[in-house]
Design a protein around this ligand. Sequence first.
Ligand SMILES: Nc1nc2c(c(=O)[nH]1)N[C@H]1C(S)=C(S)[C@@H](COP(=O)(O)O)O[C@H]1N2
Ligand SMILES: [Mo]
Length: 368
Amino acid sequence: MTAPSPTGPPALRRPAVAARLGAMLGVCIIVCFSTGLFSHWLQHPPSWFVEPRSPIWVYQLTQGVHITSGVAAIPLVLLKLAAVYPKLFERPIIGSLPRLLERIATFALVASMLFQLFTGLLNIAQWYAWKFFFPTAHYATAFVVLGAVSIHLAIKLPLVIAAFRRGSMEAAWVPGVSRRTVLTAGFAAAGLAVVTVGSQSIPGLHRLGVLAPRSGRGPQSMPVNRTAAAAGVVEHVRSPDFRLMLDGPRKVELTLAELRALPQHTVRLPIACVEGWTQYAWWTGVRVADLAALAGLDGADLRFASRELGLYAQSTMASAKVRDETSLLALQLNGEVLDLDHGYPCRLIAAARPGVHQTKWVSRIGAA
Ligand SMILES: Nc1nc2c(c(=O)[nH]1)N[C@H]1C(S)=C(S)[C@@H](COP(=O)(O)O)O[C@H]1N2
Ligand SMILES: [Mo]
């Protein structure tokens, strides 16, 4: 008996492999797109969007899954490109009209996918190596990916079905690494990404998040992205002249002592960052609803302004969430006075919102 002689392309280049990698990738894309869309609405609520008040971990879930599925897609895209790249350079470059359209769609697909995944990855690593505003570009490009994937799938569907059918009957033995090895490698790489990045979203598993950029370390065991020094607020917030301005039909200025003298409440709420990490803590402070009532702003949507002028220096809160008894202007974190880097003297904390809305160093509250 002689071994069967190697025929045809190696496993990596076979349609059966490309189709299966594509299917895994498709699942990642659908999950990543839908969770990203929901996260985006939570961060930039359209007029028709009713912000959910529960569960408190809604953004932890959508953003954690969004980032994890995006990172998992990276090794799959790279493998898929390795599987099909000779096709990208096939001649003729243009050929017939359907072929030209197919190539344009493929180009749009590859370019938009790579753009999404790599700018997303750099963004969670906080390496902003570009001039454009990331959320807008990322949101718009997501629809390009969706369109390009749909066209790609519509064109390739007969091929994909045939590849799945034929693939399962194909001889197990092909030259080079086997189909199973290629697919297992893709699956393992994606799985590794899920564990080492996704665990940052799940308190208790943070230590597994070795590839996640934020480890949960920082003063009062909470991560810090933007320090008080970076925001340039240290002197002002430490000054005895600090006042919280309530700017409504009644203008009220509160000193820190006066804020501390108001009824204090304690809640356990997470900060869930757009980068994917989530950390829970006990927060103690004054109910936002009580402050709104002091200024005669009951029933209004509110705007919270920080002392600083950066990108996340202010946020708004819909009136329903203002009424929520767990929405606080926090003065304490886990039973200690807020660290300067966590927003001393007072920072916003409320349920089911993205971390970027939990404004630190709040110095003015008014109508939105
Ligand atoms: N004033 C101000 N508040 C802010 C921010 C900021 O840059 N400035 N960052 C926000 C972001 S992105 C998150 S996730 C939370 C927690 O950020 P931290 O880790 O820097 O405390 O605070 C939010 N509040
Ligand atoms: Mo964040």
